[in-house]
Design a protein around this ligand. Structure first.
Ligand SMILES: [Zn+2]
Length: 117
């Protein structure tokens, strides 16, 4: 599956999932892609921001690297649990920023809440 940012002639952008670029081309040719705002079929792929490009690259590799990420999270948790006593919130904030750079949803990490208490 691939997610495209689509741009309509009305100026609105929206996201849609396709099985691949070939499916996108086929659907677009048959005018089966409609704008969710004005129902127009004058749709084209919009240019994603560099930030989104980085994330989409990560997502495409996600399945292969999920185990690696889980291991990193486990190590990170150990690191924070070990270091929080000494440096408090600073370590957590720094590691959170690193996680964001990796494209990991921080909200899915259950122990963040615990450290806020
Ligand atoms: Zn539109």
């Amino acid at each position: 599956m691939i997610k495209y940012n689509l741009l309509c002639k009305c100026g609105q952008t929206f996201e849609s999932w396709f099985s691949g670029s070939a499916e996108y081309d086929a659907l677009r040719k048959k005018k089966l892609i409609n704008c969710i705002y004005c129902d127009s079929t004058s749709i084209k792929k919009s240019i994603m921001s560099p930030n989104l490009f980085g994330k989409s690259n990560k997502i495409s590799k996600k399945t292969a690297s999920q185990k690696k990420i889980k291991k990193q999270l486990t190590n990170l948790r150990k690191y924070i649990e070990k270091n929080c006593k000494y440096v408090g919130d600073n370590a957590t904030t720094g590691e959170t920023a690193e996680l964001l750079e990796e494209g990991i949803e921080v909200a899915t990490i259950p122990w963040i809440d615990k450290s806020e208490n």
